[in-house]
Ligand binder design. Structure first.
Ligand code: GCU
Length: 714
């Protein structure tokens, strides 16, 4: 019986896929570049008849190939290809140099810079045409992807006039990939870099990775973990990296390396890695020269120094600036940059960890070379579901600062939980630092416009691996996508990006788009609610950070223990960061607002203050009741996402549909775990009753003993 049902289902699926419906099973490999057929009426009104190209280059070829592939998929027939406009409906692509017809149009290209593009409806030799024009080949490639996005989101093509250029210069993915193919904090399978196969072979997957990045404007990739292995700097690996760089170059992507500070000792046999030792500088100089001989457009180095046990200049009583500048000086003649990480914190329980990066780096403001950019995590702790923006943004006007976001969801449910990070990124970027009064947003700090820095940028810790769908889940792909779109334009809205991602990834059916965008927009807040509401942070299980661990006191350092962060006791809960000196690191009026319990935004209350369990919240509930309400709301939101998805099967192929459905079920089970475990723990301190008959299902000891990978039955 079962078997017959299976055959019937198989036949039905095959029939549906023949009819071109959503039944064609998709693994997710094609990401948002699926190029599925458009509806007939759209096709009739927007047909692109011919693709007209001029002089060739690897990048212009990539643009033409992508357009051919995209237009063939979207409109069902390949466009004719030629070198001149002969009829209405041509798409003409190129630079003024590569394409005389574009030069003849006298388009306003000057303001586009060297990566921007213009897409415009024009008339050429009396024929209606569309041009994708730019000052550089890579601008044309970005324009080609933007044009395909317009079709993917069903924008009418008749009267186009789109000009766009990136607001930030470095738009970089940081891969925390190790030499042995594992990925630190990676939840999407093994590393995509196949080092053993290099330099001979670059897989198709790498080309598709480059296409996906170019489609959203990412122009750099740091291929190895910040906890770096010196082996990435050996001649053997430079040869492999050069081959990879060759493959990425047509797509406008530069290769960068994370470097281990002590490499001169480990690889060069030197006795020291002191940045002021001439022998150390000479070693770096010759290493850098060797890299540039192999990779002429090499981007530069990312450095994690004197952080979490990594070696660094402070081992020699030198400052971060001494270290960064030495490396910057050897990179400068090659136009390379140093992305120096500000993720440092002291092992001193008397010092608030959130204050440490500011204390260490602000005195160095103005001391860094022009090709050093300080890479700062969005919050002062560590990629929590919610943190206030790092007070370093706005505090170092004489230093280029770049943002470091985490795309991989180390602390937000890892592979399975649906958490669209667009809202998190938007919240951080829109935050006002008040550095020069109102409007001094974090976005303007990191795009360089606030203090006029030529180097600007955003890095995202990648969520990419060898899984069939690249990111461990379909919805995790949205986080790669929104990262790139916000790196291009830090002021774009999370909702607009969610909308365009849903249209390209799933469907243009309005009845599908609205509920799915709604799910995405609420999803991160749901995670905040069931994990760390009201400003709680770092109460995840020790080490792997999967699941709750507010009780965790494992480990050698006080600031790696959960009670250090939540500080729950009989009086109340939360971290008094007025007393710790943290609040004073913000500019007025923020530091005044954050100084008072009543003037602190409630969603960050326990981040800034230790608050009594009976404190009256704006809702009229006590703090204890409010905490319980948030944990419950988080679980309810996940149930609401499940219910919404249950109604949407018709617009998604069965394979991707089932993955989302199943992962939401996991998320629901684990959200209940978070809620119940945390509340079972905190009630020991609050000693207040649970409201409305709610009660955790199991005693605290049960949750405390939960082994890694297991979660309670709901
Ligand atoms: C977090 C993360 C580590 C990572 C570190 C970093 O602490 O858990 O795996 O190495 O951040 O950003 O350097």
């Amino acid at each position: 019986m079962k078997q017959r049902l299976g055959i019937a289902l198989g036949l039905a699926l095959a029939l549906m896929s023949l009819l071109g419906g959503p039944a064609r099973a998709e693994s997710g490999y094609d990401l948002w570049l699926r190029y599925q057929p458009v509806e007939e009426d759209y096709a009739a009104a927007n047909q692109v008849a011919a693709l007209v190209t001029g002089q060739r280059s690897p990048t212009l070829d990539a643009a033409a190939l992508e357009l051919k592939r995209g237009l063939t998929g979207l409109f069902g027939t390949p466009p004719a290809q030629g070198s001149a406009v002969a009829a209405d409906g041509a798409l003409v692509i190129g630079t003024s140099k590569s394409m005389p017809a574009i030069a003849a149009l006298g388009l306003p290209l000057q303001g586009l810079g060297d990566e921007g593009y213009l897409i415009r409806s024009v008339s050429i030799d009396g024929h209606k045409a569309t041009v994708i024009a730019a000052n550089s080949d890579v601008g044309v490639l970005y324009g080609a992807f933007a044009f395909l996005r317009l079709i993917g989101t069903r924008t009418p093509l008749a009267n186009l006039d789109v000009a766009s250029s990136p607001k930030t210069r470095l738009r970089v993915l940081d891969h925390w990939d190790n030499l042995n193919g594992t990925v630190e904090r990676g939840y999407a399978g093994a590393s995509i870099w196949d080092w053993p196969a290099l330099p001979e072979h670059v897989s198709r997957r790498i080309i598709d990775y480059a296409r996906a990045n170019a489609s959203i404007g990412i122009n750099g990739t740091v291929v190895n973990n910040v906890n770096a292995d010196a082996a990435f700097l050996t001649t053997e690996y430079i040869e492999k990296e050069a081959k990879l760089a060759d493959a990425l170059r047509p797509f406008g992507i530069r290769l960068y390396l994370s470097v281990r500070w002590s490499a001169p000792i480990e690889l060069g046999g030197l006795k020291s890695a002191d940045p002021l030792d001439p022998a150390v500088k000479a070693w770096w100089q010759s290493k850098v020269d060797e890299i540039y001989r192999a990779i002429p457009d090499f981007g530069g180095f990312l450095v994690k120094a004197n952080s979490e046990g990594q070696p660094g200049p402070q081992d020699y009583h030198r400052t971060h600036a001494d270290g960064a500048n030495m490396i910057a000086d050897v990179l400068a003649p090659h136009h390379g940059v140093v992305m120096w990480r500000a993720f440092v914190y002291a092992n001193d329980p008397k010092i608030d960890r959130a204050t440490t990066a500011y204390n260490e780096f602000v005195p160095l403001d103005g001391k860094f070379r022009d090709n050093v950019v300080l890479q700062v995590k969005n919050g002062p702790l560590d990629f929590q579901p919610r943190e206030p923006f790092s007070p370093l943004f706005g505090a170092m006007p004489r230093t280029s600062l770049m943002m470091e976001f985490q795309i991989t969801k180390e602390y937000l449910g890892q592979q399975t939980h649906l958490a669209y990070l667009g809202t998190l990124y938007e919240e951080a970027l829109k935050s006002d630092t008040y550095e020069h009064g109102p409007g001094s947003t974090v976005a303007r700090v990191i795009d360089g416009s606030l203090d006029h820095h030529p180097v600007s940028g955003i890095a995202g810790v990648a969520n990419i691996g060898n899984d069939p769908d690249w990111c461990g889940s379909i919805f995790n792909q949205a986080n790669w996508y929104v990262f790139g779109r916000m790196a291009w334009d830090p002021e774009i809205s999370a909702r607009a990006v969610a909308d365009e991602w849903v249209r390209q990834t799933f469907s243009n059916n309005p009845a599908f788009i609205a509920p799915v965008v709604d799910m995405m927009m609420k999803s991160r807040e749901a995670v905040v609610d069931y994990m760390t509401p009201l400003g709680l942070a770092l109460i995840m299980a020790h080490g792997h950070h999967m699941g709750p661990g507010p009780w965790d006191t494992i480990g050698p350092r006080e600031d790696w223990k959960a009670p250090y962060y939540h500080r729950a006791d009989a009086e109340g809960i939360g971290f008094d960061r007025v007393a710790s000196g943290y609040v004073a690191q913000y500019h007025a009026p923020l530091k005044d607002a954050f100084a008072g319990v009543a003037t602190t935004p409630e969603d960050l209350l326990l981040w800034f203050h230790h608050v009594s369990w009976d404190y009256r919240m704006k809702s009229g509930r006590t703090l204890w009741q409010e905490l319980v309400a948030h944990y419950r709301k988080g679980v309810d939101e996940v149930a609401a996402m499940q219910a919404a998805w249950a109604k949407l099967g018709d617009d998604v192929d069965p394979e991707r549909y089932a993955q989302v459905r199943d992962f939401l079920a996991i998320q629901h089970r684990e959200a209940i775990w978070w809620r119940d475990a945390c509340l079972a723990y905190f009630v020991q301190f609050s000693r207040r009753p649970f409201p409305e008959g709610y009660k955790p299902k199991y005693p605290l000891s049960y949750y405390e003993k939960m082994p890694y990978g297991a979660s309670p039955k709901p």
